[in-house]
Design a protein around this ligand. Structure first.
Ligand code: HEM
Ligand SMILES: Nc1nc2c(c(=O)[nH]1)N[C@H]1C(S)=C(S)[C@@H](COP(=O)(O)O)O[C@H]1N2
Ligand SMILES: [Mo]
Length: 406
Protein backbone atom coordinates (compact mmCIF):
# COMPACT_ATOMS: atom_id res chain seq x y z
CA UNK A 1 0.00 0.00 0.00
CA UNK A 2 1.27 3.25 -0.93
CA UNK A 3 1.76 5.66 1.93
CA UNK A 4 -0.34 8.88 1.78
CA UNK A 5 2.01 11.70 1.14
CA UNK A 6 1.37 14.98 2.82
CA UNK A 7 1.05 17.62 0.13
CA UNK A 8 4.20 19.58 -0.17
CA UNK A 9 4.02 23.27 0.69
CA UNK A 10 5.51 25.45 -1.98
CA UNK A 11 8.89 26.49 -0.78
CA UNK A 12 9.11 30.20 0.01
CA UNK A 13 11.22 31.82 -2.57
CA UNK A 14 13.20 33.76 0.00
CA UNK A 15 12.94 31.97 3.32
CA UNK A 16 15.38 34.32 5.03
CA UNK A 17 13.08 37.29 4.29
CA UNK A 18 10.05 35.50 5.77
CA UNK A 19 11.99 34.70 8.93
CA UNK A 20 13.04 38.27 9.28
CA UNK A 21 9.48 39.53 9.00
CA UNK A 22 8.34 36.98 11.58
CA UNK A 23 11.05 38.07 13.97
CA UNK A 24 10.29 41.70 13.43
CA UNK A 25 6.62 41.13 14.20
CA UNK A 26 7.50 39.32 17.38
CA UNK A 27 9.91 42.00 18.49
CA UNK A 28 7.12 44.65 18.42
CA UNK A 29 9.28 46.80 16.23
CA UNK A 30 6.28 47.13 13.94
CA UNK A 31 4.32 48.91 16.63
CA UNK A 32 6.83 51.69 16.91
CA UNK A 33 5.99 54.76 14.90
CA UNK A 34 7.84 55.37 11.70
CA UNK A 35 8.30 58.95 12.97
CA UNK A 36 10.46 60.60 15.60
CA UNK A 37 9.42 60.23 19.21
CA UNK A 38 8.89 63.49 21.13
CA UNK A 39 9.35 63.30 24.86
CA UNK A 40 10.67 66.79 25.66
CA UNK A 41 8.82 69.16 27.93
CA UNK A 42 8.76 71.84 25.28
CA UNK A 43 6.16 69.87 23.37
CA UNK A 44 3.90 69.03 26.29
CA UNK A 45 0.46 70.45 27.11
CA UNK A 46 1.83 72.76 29.78
CA UNK A 47 4.04 74.62 27.30
CA UNK A 48 1.20 74.63 24.78
CA UNK A 49 -1.05 76.19 27.44
CA UNK A 50 1.38 78.87 28.55
CA UNK A 51 1.98 80.07 24.98
CA UNK A 52 -1.61 79.44 23.94
CA UNK A 53 -3.12 81.76 26.53
CA UNK A 54 -1.08 84.72 25.26
CA UNK A 55 -1.96 83.84 21.69
CA UNK A 56 -5.61 83.56 22.72
CA UNK A 57 -5.43 86.98 24.38
CA UNK A 58 -3.87 88.52 21.26
CA UNK A 59 -6.60 86.97 19.10
CA UNK A 60 -9.33 88.19 21.44
CA UNK A 61 -7.95 91.75 21.28
CA UNK A 62 -7.73 91.46 17.46
CA UNK A 63 -11.30 90.21 17.23
CA UNK A 64 -12.86 92.90 19.44
CA UNK A 65 -10.86 95.81 17.98
CA UNK A 66 -11.43 94.41 14.47
CA UNK A 67 -15.20 94.45 15.01
CA UNK A 68 -14.95 98.03 16.30
CA UNK A 69 -13.10 98.97 13.11
CA UNK A 70 -15.70 97.18 11.00
CA UNK A 71 -18.67 98.97 12.59
CA UNK A 72 -16.98 102.40 12.64
CA UNK A 73 -16.29 102.06 8.92
CA UNK A 74 -19.30 100.21 7.60
CA UNK A 75 -22.15 100.53 10.10
CA UNK A 76 -25.58 99.14 9.25
CA UNK A 77 -28.11 101.95 8.57
CA UNK A 78 -29.62 101.84 12.06
CA UNK A 79 -26.21 102.17 13.71
CA UNK A 80 -24.71 104.94 11.56
CA UNK A 81 -26.40 107.85 13.42
CA UNK A 82 -25.48 106.36 16.82
CA UNK A 83 -21.72 105.90 16.33
CA UNK A 84 -19.90 107.79 19.10
CA UNK A 85 -17.62 110.66 18.10
CA UNK A 86 -15.87 110.45 21.49
CA UNK A 87 -13.39 109.76 22.89
CA UNK A 88 -11.60 111.63 20.12
CA UNK A 89 -8.63 109.24 20.31
CA UNK A 90 -10.81 106.09 20.43
CA UNK A 91 -10.10 104.68 16.98
CA UNK A 92 -6.45 105.60 17.28
CA UNK A 93 -6.19 103.33 20.33
CA UNK A 94 -8.35 100.46 19.07
CA UNK A 95 -6.76 100.24 15.62
CA UNK A 96 -3.27 100.75 17.05
CA UNK A 97 -3.99 97.86 19.42
CA UNK A 98 -5.40 95.78 16.57
CA UNK A 99 -2.27 95.97 14.49
CA UNK A 100 0.08 95.73 17.51
CA UNK A 101 -1.62 92.62 18.94
CA UNK A 102 -1.84 91.16 15.42
CA UNK A 103 1.91 91.61 14.94
CA UNK A 104 2.64 90.21 18.42
CA UNK A 105 0.49 87.19 17.55
CA UNK A 106 2.83 86.22 14.70
CA UNK A 107 5.80 85.03 16.84
CA UNK A 108 3.31 83.59 19.35
CA UNK A 109 1.66 81.57 16.59
CA UNK A 110 5.03 80.27 15.38
CA UNK A 111 5.96 79.23 18.92
CA UNK A 112 2.61 77.58 19.53
CA UNK A 113 2.73 75.63 16.26
CA UNK A 114 6.26 74.49 17.01
CA UNK A 115 5.20 73.32 20.47
CA UNK A 116 2.33 71.22 19.18
CA UNK A 117 3.59 70.00 15.79
CA UNK A 118 4.48 66.52 17.14
CA UNK A 119 0.72 65.98 17.34
CA UNK A 120 0.85 65.64 13.56
CA UNK A 121 2.49 62.26 14.12
CA UNK A 122 -0.11 60.88 16.51
CA UNK A 123 -1.18 57.39 15.47
CA UNK A 124 -3.76 56.18 14.81
CA UNK A 125 -4.57 59.25 12.77
CA UNK A 126 -8.19 59.06 13.84
CA UNK A 127 -9.34 57.24 16.97
CA UNK A 128 -13.02 58.09 17.00
CA UNK A 129 -15.58 60.42 15.49
CA UNK A 130 -14.92 62.90 18.28
CA UNK A 131 -11.18 62.72 17.62
CA UNK A 132 -11.79 63.27 13.91
CA UNK A 133 -13.91 66.37 14.58
CA UNK A 134 -11.34 67.71 17.00
CA UNK A 135 -8.53 67.30 14.46
CA UNK A 136 -10.61 68.87 11.69
CA UNK A 137 -11.45 71.89 13.86
CA UNK A 138 -7.78 72.36 14.70
CA UNK A 139 -6.96 72.14 11.00
CA UNK A 140 -9.46 74.93 10.32
CA UNK A 141 -8.11 77.01 13.22
CA UNK A 142 -4.48 76.72 12.12
CA UNK A 143 -5.24 77.45 8.46
CA UNK A 144 -7.49 80.42 9.26
CA UNK A 145 -5.09 81.87 11.86
CA UNK A 146 -2.03 81.63 9.58
CA UNK A 147 -4.02 83.14 6.71
CA UNK A 148 -5.40 85.95 8.88
CA UNK A 149 -2.08 86.97 10.40
CA UNK A 150 -0.15 87.02 7.16
CA UNK A 151 -2.75 88.72 4.98
CA UNK A 152 -3.29 91.25 7.80
CA UNK A 153 0.43 91.96 7.97
CA UNK A 154 0.70 92.38 4.19
CA UNK A 155 -2.26 94.75 4.26
CA UNK A 156 -0.42 97.06 6.65
CA UNK A 157 2.26 97.49 3.99
CA UNK A 158 -0.43 97.85 1.32
CA UNK A 159 0.75 94.78 -0.55
CA UNK A 160 -2.08 92.72 -1.98
CA UNK A 161 -0.59 89.73 -3.81
CA UNK A 162 -3.98 87.95 -4.03
CA UNK A 163 -7.01 88.09 -6.29
CA UNK A 164 -9.66 88.81 -3.63
CA UNK A 165 -10.50 92.00 -1.83
CA UNK A 166 -8.84 92.09 1.58
CA UNK A 167 -11.39 93.64 3.94
CA UNK A 168 -14.42 91.34 3.40
CA UNK A 169 -12.20 88.24 3.42
CA UNK A 170 -10.37 89.39 6.58
CA UNK A 171 -13.75 90.07 8.19
CA UNK A 172 -15.19 86.64 7.32
CA UNK A 173 -11.99 84.86 8.41
CA UNK A 174 -12.19 86.70 11.76
CA UNK A 175 -15.44 84.83 12.50
CA UNK A 176 -13.92 81.52 11.41
CA UNK A 177 -10.89 82.06 13.69
CA UNK A 178 -13.12 83.12 16.60
CA UNK A 179 -15.46 80.12 16.23
CA UNK A 180 -12.67 77.58 15.78
CA UNK A 181 -10.77 79.09 18.72
CA UNK A 182 -13.76 78.89 21.07
CA UNK A 183 -14.29 75.26 20.09
CA UNK A 184 -10.59 74.52 20.57
CA UNK A 185 -10.57 76.06 24.06
CA UNK A 186 -13.71 74.11 25.00
CA UNK A 187 -12.23 70.78 23.81
CA UNK A 188 -8.87 71.40 25.49
CA UNK A 189 -10.41 72.81 28.67
CA UNK A 190 -9.28 69.91 30.89
CA UNK A 191 -5.66 70.39 29.76
CA UNK A 192 -5.89 74.17 30.08
CA UNK A 193 -7.29 73.87 33.60
CA UNK A 194 -4.54 71.47 34.67
CA UNK A 195 -1.72 73.55 33.27
CA UNK A 196 -2.90 77.14 33.60
CA UNK A 197 -0.58 78.11 36.42
CA UNK A 198 2.31 76.76 38.39
CA UNK A 199 0.05 76.15 41.36
CA UNK A 200 -2.32 73.91 39.48
CA UNK A 201 -2.65 70.37 40.93
CA UNK A 202 -1.39 68.75 37.71
CA UNK A 203 1.99 70.39 38.09
CA UNK A 204 2.26 70.23 41.87
CA UNK A 205 2.50 66.48 41.51
CA UNK A 206 5.38 66.91 39.12
CA UNK A 207 7.48 69.67 40.67
CA UNK A 208 10.56 68.82 38.62
CA UNK A 209 8.74 69.45 35.37
CA UNK A 210 9.61 73.07 35.04
CA UNK A 211 13.20 73.01 33.90
CA UNK A 212 15.42 75.70 32.51
CA UNK A 213 14.63 74.54 28.96
CA UNK A 214 11.00 75.59 29.25
CA UNK A 215 11.97 78.89 30.83
CA UNK A 216 14.45 79.53 28.00
CA UNK A 217 11.79 78.86 25.40
CA UNK A 218 9.32 81.20 27.09
CA UNK A 219 12.02 83.86 27.51
CA UNK A 220 12.88 83.54 23.83
CA UNK A 221 9.24 83.91 22.82
CA UNK A 222 8.83 86.93 25.13
CA UNK A 223 11.91 88.56 23.59
CA UNK A 224 10.61 87.92 20.06
CA UNK A 225 7.21 89.40 20.88
CA UNK A 226 8.89 92.35 22.62
CA UNK A 227 11.21 92.94 19.65
CA UNK A 228 8.49 92.99 16.97
CA UNK A 229 6.25 95.12 19.19
CA UNK A 230 8.81 97.71 20.21
CA UNK A 231 10.06 98.17 16.63
CA UNK A 232 6.56 98.70 15.17
CA UNK A 233 4.26 100.12 17.84
CA UNK A 234 5.82 103.60 17.49
CA UNK A 235 3.81 104.02 14.26
CA UNK A 236 0.77 104.77 16.40
CA UNK A 237 2.14 105.08 19.95
CA UNK A 238 4.27 108.13 19.23
CA UNK A 239 6.30 108.19 22.50
CA UNK A 240 8.07 105.12 21.05
CA UNK A 241 8.44 106.60 17.57
CA UNK A 242 12.24 106.66 17.85
CA UNK A 243 12.20 102.85 17.95
CA UNK A 244 9.81 102.55 15.01
CA UNK A 245 12.28 100.80 12.71
CA UNK A 246 10.18 98.08 11.07
CA UNK A 247 6.71 99.59 10.68
CA UNK A 248 5.69 100.67 7.19
CA UNK A 249 5.10 104.25 8.40
CA UNK A 250 7.00 106.60 10.61
CA UNK A 251 4.81 109.28 12.20
CA UNK A 252 7.39 112.00 11.45
CA UNK A 253 7.88 111.19 7.78
CA UNK A 254 5.55 113.22 5.63
CA UNK A 255 4.72 116.73 4.51
CA UNK A 256 3.70 119.20 7.22
CA UNK A 257 4.64 116.68 9.90
CA UNK A 258 2.06 114.07 8.88
CA UNK A 259 2.37 110.92 6.75
CA UNK A 260 0.38 110.71 3.50
CA UNK A 261 -1.39 107.62 2.20
CA UNK A 262 -2.87 108.75 -1.08
CA UNK A 263 -1.04 111.63 -2.69
CA UNK A 264 -2.66 114.37 -4.74
CA UNK A 265 -0.79 113.01 -7.78
CA UNK A 266 -2.34 109.55 -7.26
CA UNK A 267 -5.79 111.09 -6.80
CA UNK A 268 -5.43 113.47 -9.77
CA UNK A 269 -5.98 116.57 -7.61
CA UNK A 270 -2.64 118.35 -7.95
CA UNK A 271 -3.86 121.36 -9.91
CA UNK A 272 -6.85 122.59 -7.92
CA UNK A 273 -7.06 126.34 -8.39
CA UNK A 274 -7.89 128.26 -5.23
CA UNK A 275 -9.75 130.80 -7.32
CA UNK A 276 -12.01 128.38 -9.22
CA UNK A 277 -12.69 125.94 -6.40
CA UNK A 278 -16.18 126.05 -4.86
CA UNK A 279 -17.77 124.29 -1.92
CA UNK A 280 -21.30 123.34 -2.92
CA UNK A 281 -23.66 122.64 -0.03
CA UNK A 282 -26.94 120.89 -0.77
CA UNK A 283 -29.70 121.02 1.86
CA UNK A 284 -32.91 122.82 2.83
CA UNK A 285 -31.04 126.15 2.14
CA UNK A 286 -28.43 125.27 -0.50
CA UNK A 287 -25.42 127.56 -1.05
CA UNK A 288 -21.98 127.81 -2.59
CA UNK A 289 -18.80 129.20 -1.02
CA UNK A 290 -15.43 130.25 -2.41
CA UNK A 291 -12.27 129.58 -0.45
CA UNK A 292 -12.23 133.23 0.68
CA UNK A 293 -15.85 132.92 1.88
CA UNK A 294 -14.85 129.90 3.96
CA UNK A 295 -11.85 131.74 5.39
CA UNK A 296 -14.18 134.60 6.39
CA UNK A 297 -16.40 132.30 8.49
CA UNK A 298 -15.56 131.76 12.20
CA UNK A 299 -12.36 129.68 12.38
CA UNK A 300 -11.65 127.02 15.00
CA UNK A 301 -8.53 125.13 16.00
CA UNK A 302 -8.52 121.48 17.11
CA UNK A 303 -5.93 118.85 17.98
CA UNK A 304 -7.01 115.56 16.40
CA UNK A 305 -5.25 112.44 15.10
CA UNK A 306 -5.32 110.89 11.67
CA UNK A 307 -5.73 107.24 12.66
CA UNK A 308 -5.22 105.16 9.54
CA UNK A 309 -6.92 101.75 9.40
CA UNK A 310 -3.54 100.28 8.50
CA UNK A 311 -2.29 101.03 11.98
CA UNK A 312 -0.26 104.27 11.85
CA UNK A 313 -1.53 107.40 13.47
CA UNK A 314 -0.39 110.88 14.34
CA UNK A 315 -1.88 113.85 16.18
CA UNK A 316 -2.00 117.12 14.30
CA UNK A 317 -3.18 120.66 14.74
CA UNK A 318 -6.05 121.55 12.41
CA UNK A 319 -7.72 124.87 11.65
CA UNK A 320 -10.93 125.50 9.74
CA UNK A 321 -14.70 125.85 9.85
CA UNK A 322 -16.96 123.74 12.05
CA UNK A 323 -19.14 121.35 10.09
CA UNK A 324 -21.99 122.12 12.50
CA UNK A 325 -21.82 125.81 11.47
CA UNK A 326 -22.03 124.84 7.79
CA UNK A 327 -25.00 122.58 8.60
CA UNK A 328 -26.75 125.40 10.38
CA UNK A 329 -26.22 127.73 7.39
CA UNK A 330 -27.87 125.06 5.24
CA UNK A 331 -30.88 124.95 7.55
CA UNK A 332 -30.24 121.31 8.46
CA UNK A 333 -32.34 119.83 11.28
CA UNK A 334 -30.54 118.56 14.42
CA UNK A 335 -30.74 114.91 13.37
CA UNK A 336 -29.12 115.47 9.97
CA UNK A 337 -26.05 113.69 8.71
CA UNK A 338 -23.91 114.51 5.69
CA UNK A 339 -22.53 113.09 2.50
CA UNK A 340 -19.19 114.46 1.34
CA UNK A 341 -17.88 114.26 -2.20
CA UNK A 342 -14.20 114.65 -3.06
CA UNK A 343 -12.67 116.15 -6.18
CA UNK A 344 -10.79 112.89 -6.58
CA UNK A 345 -11.79 111.38 -9.94
CA UNK A 346 -12.27 107.84 -8.76
CA UNK A 347 -11.39 105.72 -5.78
CA UNK A 348 -13.12 104.05 -2.86
CA UNK A 349 -12.96 107.24 -0.78
CA UNK A 350 -14.44 109.72 -3.23
CA UNK A 351 -17.82 109.70 -1.43
CA UNK A 352 -18.17 109.53 2.35
CA UNK A 353 -21.23 109.45 4.61
CA UNK A 354 -21.05 110.98 8.07
CA UNK A 355 -23.56 110.25 10.83
CA UNK A 356 -25.29 112.78 13.06
CA UNK A 357 -22.93 112.47 16.06
CA UNK A 358 -19.85 113.36 14.02
CA UNK A 359 -21.56 116.06 11.98
CA UNK A 360 -22.73 117.89 15.14
CA UNK A 361 -19.54 117.44 17.16
CA UNK A 362 -17.83 120.84 17.69
CA UNK A 363 -14.44 119.16 17.01
CA UNK A 364 -15.43 118.13 13.48
CA UNK A 365 -13.99 120.59 10.96
CA UNK A 366 -13.80 121.28 7.32
CA UNK A 367 -10.09 121.89 7.75
CA UNK A 368 -8.21 124.49 5.71
CA UNK A 369 -4.97 124.47 7.70
CA UNK A 370 -2.64 121.82 9.10
CA UNK A 371 0.02 122.48 11.74
CA UNK A 372 -0.13 126.23 11.15
CA UNK A 373 0.10 126.12 7.33
CA UNK A 374 -2.38 126.05 4.47
CA UNK A 375 -3.14 122.38 3.68
CA UNK A 376 -0.67 121.00 1.15
CA UNK A 377 -2.14 119.30 -1.95
CA UNK A 378 -1.28 115.87 -0.50
CA UNK A 379 -3.19 116.64 2.70
CA UNK A 380 -6.33 117.70 0.84
CA UNK A 381 -5.99 121.31 -0.38
CA UNK A 382 -8.17 123.34 -0.36
CA UNK A 383 -10.44 121.64 2.22
CA UNK A 384 -10.68 118.28 3.94
CA UNK A 385 -12.64 116.64 6.72
CA UNK A 386 -11.18 116.03 10.15
CA UNK A 387 -13.42 114.42 12.78
CA UNK A 388 -12.84 112.80 16.19
CA UNK A 389 -12.86 109.00 16.69
CA UNK A 390 -12.98 108.40 12.97
CA UNK A 391 -11.02 105.89 10.83
CA UNK A 392 -8.48 107.68 8.60
CA UNK A 393 -10.19 106.44 5.44
CA UNK A 394 -13.19 108.65 6.22
CA UNK A 395 -11.16 111.83 6.79
CA UNK A 396 -11.97 112.83 3.22
CA UNK A 397 -9.50 115.07 1.39
CA UNK A 398 -10.12 117.51 -1.50
CA UNK A 399 -13.76 118.07 -0.50
CA UNK A 400 -15.91 119.89 -3.05
CA UNK A 401 -19.49 119.05 -2.12
CA UNK A 402 -21.59 118.43 1.01
CA UNK A 403 -25.14 117.05 0.92
CA UNK A 404 -27.37 117.17 3.98
CA UNK A 405 -28.88 113.71 4.59
CA UNK A 406 -31.85 113.15 6.85
C1 HEM B 1 -6.92 86.63 14.84
C2 HEM B 1 -6.45 87.66 14.23
C3 HEM B 1 -7.28 88.76 13.64
C4 HEM B 1 -8.61 89.00 13.70
C5 HEM B 1 -9.66 88.17 14.39
C6 HEM B 1 -8.86 90.22 12.95
C7 HEM B 1 -10.09 90.80 12.76
C8 HEM B 1 -10.34 91.94 12.04
C9 HEM B 1 -11.63 92.48 11.73
C10 HEM B 1 -12.96 91.88 12.17
C11 HEM B 1 -11.45 93.61 11.01
C12 HEM B 1 -12.53 94.53 10.44
C13 HEM B 1 -12.75 94.18 9.00
C14 HEM B 1 -13.85 95.04 8.41
O1 HEM B 1 -13.73 96.29 8.49
O2 HEM B 1 -14.82 94.48 7.88
C15 HEM B 1 -10.04 93.82 10.86
C16 HEM B 1 -9.45 94.86 10.17
C17 HEM B 1 -8.10 95.00 10.00
N1 HEM B 1 -7.12 94.13 10.44
FE1 HEM B 1 -7.40 92.44 11.45
N2 HEM B 1 -7.67 90.70 12.49
C18 HEM B 1 -6.68 89.83 12.89
C19 HEM B 1 -5.34 89.95 12.65
C20 HEM B 1 -4.76 91.03 12.02
C21 HEM B 1 -3.35 91.21 11.84
C22 HEM B 1 -2.29 90.23 12.26
C23 HEM B 1 -3.18 92.40 11.22
C24 HEM B 1 -1.89 93.07 10.84
C25 HEM B 1 -0.74 92.89 11.39
C26 HEM B 1 -4.46 92.94 10.96
C27 HEM B 1 -4.69 94.13 10.33
C28 HEM B 1 -5.92 94.65 10.07
C29 HEM B 1 -6.12 95.88 9.35
C30 HEM B 1 -5.04 96.77 8.76
C31 HEM B 1 -7.49 96.09 9.29
C32 HEM B 1 -8.20 97.27 8.63
C33 HEM B 1 -8.59 96.88 7.25
C34 HEM B 1 -9.33 98.02 6.55
O3 HEM B 1 -10.40 98.40 7.02
O4 HEM B 1 -8.81 98.51 5.53
N3 HEM B 1 -5.41 92.11 11.47
N4 HEM B 1 -9.38 92.77 11.49
N1 LIG C 1 -10.49 111.77 -1.10
C1 LIG C 1 -9.72 110.96 -0.36
N2 LIG C 1 -9.56 111.22 0.95
C2 LIG C 1 -8.78 110.41 1.72
C3 LIG C 1 -8.12 109.31 1.17
C4 LIG C 1 -8.28 109.07 -0.20
O1 LIG C 1 -7.72 108.11 -0.76
N3 LIG C 1 -9.08 109.91 -0.93
N4 LIG C 1 -7.32 108.53 1.99
C5 LIG C 1 -7.71 108.49 3.38
C6 LIG C 1 -6.80 107.75 4.24
S1 LIG C 1 -6.72 106.08 4.02
C7 LIG C 1 -6.14 108.34 5.28
S2 LIG C 1 -5.28 107.45 6.39
C8 LIG C 1 -6.15 109.82 5.43
C9 LIG C 1 -4.74 110.29 5.52
O2 LIG C 1 -4.69 111.68 5.56
P1 LIG C 1 -3.30 112.43 5.27
O3 LIG C 1 -2.80 111.90 3.95
O4 LIG C 1 -3.60 113.87 5.26
O5 LIG C 1 -2.39 112.03 6.40
O6 LIG C 1 -6.80 110.44 4.36
C10 LIG C 1 -7.98 109.86 3.96
N5 LIG C 1 -8.65 110.71 3.02
MO1 LIG D 1 -5.78 105.15 5.86
Amino acid sequence: MERMRTPRLPRPKRPELRDRIQRLKRSRLFELPAFPVFSGRLHDPRTATSIGRWLGLAFAVCFVTGLISHYLQRPPDWLAPLLPSRPAWGYRVTQGLHVASGIAAIPLLFAKLWTVYPRLFVRPVVRSVRHLLERLSIGVLVAAAVFQLFTGLLNTVQWYPWPFSFVPVHYATAWVVAGALLLHVAVKWPDIRDHWSRRSPGTLELPAQDGPDRRSLLTGVTLAVGAVTVTTVGQSFTPLKKLDLLAPRHPDHGQQGLPVNRTAAAAGTTSVSARDWRLTVVGPRPYELTLDDLRALPQHEVELPIACVEGWSRNAHWGGVRIMDLLELAGAPPGAGLRFVSLERRGAYKVMDMGRTYAHDPLTLLALRLNGEVLSPDHGFPARVIAPNRPGVWQTKWVTRMEVTL
